[in-house]
Design a binder for this molecule. Sequence first.
Ligand code: PLP
Length: 418
Amino acid sequence: MRLSKLAEGIKTSPILTLAAEINDKIAAGEQFYNLTVGDFNPSYFPIPEAYRTAIIDAYKAGETNYPGARGLLGLRKAISAYLKHFGKLDYDIDSILITGGARPIIYAIYKALIDPGDKVIFPVPSWNNDHYSHLNSAQQLLFETHPEDNFMPRIDEIRKRLDGARLLALCSPLNPTGTAMSRKGLEEICDMVLEENARRAGKEKPLYVLFDQIYWMLTFGDTVHYNAVQIRPEMRDYSIFIDGISKAFAATGVRLGWGFGPTDVLAKMRSVVAHMGAWAPRAEQAAAAKFLTQTDLVEAYMNNIRKEIRTRLDGFYKRFKALEAAGHKVTAIEPQAAMYLTVQFDLVGKTTADGRRLNTSNDVHRYILDEAKVGFVPFSYFGASEDSTWYRLAVGTCTVDQIDDIMDSIEAALKKLS
Ligand SMILES: Cc1ncc(COP(=O)(O)O)c(C=O)c1O
């Protein structure tokens, strides 16, 4: 071994590997639909026009030096006002840290709270907590969630693992499922955390909760995003939130994220981020300070992106339910939030037209990929069991017009199975 144990053990993202495989096929001239990555095609999902203009103006105005370790004051003020206006949350400028996309916030939370061997609890499927745990040599206490719960965690599963745990990592709206936590579910979790921390008071380090709410602005219909501090104000001391512009403003490549939480934890996270230099570019920050305070523009953009995403999710959902009604062993969970649809291909045991039996969920995945030419991400890539029959379908890279073509192709592939 030439490298550190950490580097030897690091895994590349299977999602990005799959996405690259499909993109290679597309580049080689094959007709393929890539619904794998949680990204947006800027042709259909551009960033807000006013934000784009403000970024260009900021560069022209010479906003090109270091942005400072906390992030620009003007942006922290704007985020504080944004959280107040859209989320009814009170976080001041010292409780907000700005980074280059949301990922450095997650990394810094782990770094600030976790010593090697410390326990981190998280439900699966989950986005990247396995990687952040590995990067911080944490002990992963994970458990599976279920479709009948919209893949949200059961309180007893968390409670069982509480002993000595340092961090509970939660995400809602959830990547990969596009579902959101209910008020009751969140209340139960908050009460359990508060009870546990009351028990620990002065004797043990508290249990913190990482709340990843990067998709909170993208909810549909009756779905409401609940925030722990709003429903249990005492949770403020133990909660660190993750947010940013990547998903709400289709700005995955602009790289601007932020975290908010207790100032003492944030101060240490700031140092971690500063040593990595994982700051957001200054011009993007200056422009976001301008854009986010224009609430009418933000609202107009949000209304449109929600409509665009929802039309796609509903389109796929209806076709999956129609296939199910026609007797195919597929289904989908009604879309609630984010940019993902949870779909099921329960096809193990089926036989292909050329007489091959689909023996494993991986065979099923490959069959849909090769025969229908459509790429989804299996939940096993998000830590669910290898035999999970559930998949994530991401809609940010397709047009509404493509939905029928994609679903016709899936239907044709399903019809070839016996
Ligand atoms: C749940 C969740 N949190 C955080 C991120 C990271 O966002 P960013 O691209 O801003 O680093 C993602 C990106 O896919 C995500 O799905």
